[in-house]
Design a binder for this molecule. Sequence first.
Ligand SMILES: [Zn+2]
Length: 118
Amino acid sequence: MAQKIKKGDTVVVMRGRERGKTGEVIKVLTDENRIVVKNVNLVKKHVKEIPNLREGGIYEIEAPIHISNVMLLCPKCQKPTRVGIRTVMEGDTLRKYRYCKKCDENIDLVREKVRVKR
Ligand SMILES: [Zn+2]
């Protein structure tokens, strides 16, 4: 299945204690269906000092959240939306787009394939 949420997307948290927060996706964990969103779901982590490398202390890091808890913030209509995937034949080229299920605009190109005529 094509990836519906990608690194660099802006998503809105729909569930949990951080509902309503918006942030940029900084990592996608495909196998777990989880993503890491900048400044969302921060947890404190105790880090030991490594001499000459880093200081010890308590750091805040983003913990992954499940992909079903977020919606993409559509760059076209600026609303949280579900993402669809559609394939369109344009000339000789088969293009796969991610699109917004709210405003029906294409968000970006996922893949394209040029049909070779025989
Ligand atoms: Zn939209």
